[in-house]
Design a protein around this ligand. Structure first.
Ligand code: R5P
Length: 293
């Protein structure tokens, strides 16, 4: 069955690279809106009996990103596509995975429910699995969570000497500890208290010799940057030689990069799950391998 690769506007570079590596046709969609704001979407290739791969990271605009995918998948099925796979390198809504306060929406469940209805398979990278231990708890369709740990570990090994790794909060052990173990350097995972979406404090629980070391703070997501900033402050107090922040998904909202740099972080890097100038770590081959399975 021939494969067509498309994107919904957020991930054209990655979609083109994937198509090239899969030797599949890349066919961009036409997406615009009518004067009243209604979505207009059009496929520009024949989808009958084809496998369709939609590449869409859910940033910027998580809500429209999700909506566009549903529109595209439903249209593809209507046009005769046999299988619709969504490659969402960054999958949003995963952090609101419980009702923290009475009356709140559990967004991860709603997002998954909507996608379960429209697509056949989802592939994502390092989704924020915390209280939900695996994707199959919310997805009834085929699902695959890949991790960028090995490519990040490889990058650190080739670019840093005398490094120690810090995970800025308990959940980040999945990246910080595992990457540190892989490249055989020491690590410590901090305890973070989140007071609001823009205020966090952190504490070093497991002591780690930081003085004169190149400290690398590793996390899955950098959004407003406050988590990294708090960890960087601690690293500075302990006289780190340099501080670098590396994440899988670089959202960098509300001027995060400037604020992080002001806190003493020398360099901020991320993968290309969301394409940014800081995307020095490439995850294309991870996805190609999974799509070829
Ligand atoms: C939360 O648990 C995540 O792993 C990140 O630490 C968090 O999303 C980062 O957010 P921010 O950059 O806004 O502090």
């Amino acid at each position: 069955m021939a494969t067509i690769v498309t994107d919904c506007g957020n991930s054209p570079q990655l979609a083109k690279r994937l198509a090239r590596k899969l030797r599949a046709k890349y066919s961009p969609l036409t997406i615009s809106s009518f004067p009243d704001g209604d979505i207009y979407l059009k496929f520009n290739t024949n989808l009958k009996n084809k496998k369709l791969v939609i590449v869409q990271s859910f940033q910027p605009h998580s809500d429209m990103s999700l909506f566009d995918v549903i529109w595209a998948a439903e249209t593809a099925k209507d046009l005769g596509a046999k299988k619709v796979t969504l490659v969402a390198p960054y999958l949003s809504y995963m952090r609101q995975d419980k009702r923290f306060n009475p009356g709140e929406a559990i967004s991860s469940h709603i997002m998954a429910k909507l996608l379960n209805n429209s697509i056949d398979k989802i592939i994502t990278i390092d989704p924020h699995l915390h209280r939900i231990p695996k994707l199959s708890k919310i997805f009834t369709i085929q699902n695959q969570a890949l991790t960028a740990n090995l490519v990040i570990a490889d990058y650190i090994q080739h670019h840093f000497k005398n490094a120690v790794i810090i995970g800025p909060d308990w959940e980040s052990y999945q990246w910080a500890e595992r990457i540190a173990n892989k490249i055989k350097v020491l690590s410590s995972v901090f305890r973070k208290t989140r007071h609001s979406s823009r205020k966090v404090t952190s504490k070093m629980i497991k002591p780690l010799e930081i003085k004169n070391k190149n400290v690398i703070i590793v996390d899955d997501i950098i959004s407003t940057g406050h988590t990294i900033i708090e960890a960087a402050k601690k690293a500075k107090q302990h006289k780190a030689k340099s501080i670098t922040a590396i994440c899988v998904h670089g959202l960098f909202v509300e001027n995060a990069l400037k604020k992080i740099q002001r806190s003493g972080v020398k360099q901020v890097l991320c993968t290309n799950t969301i394409q940014k100038p800081q995307s020095k770590i490439d995850i294309t081959d991870l996805i190609v391998k999974e799509l070829k399975r």
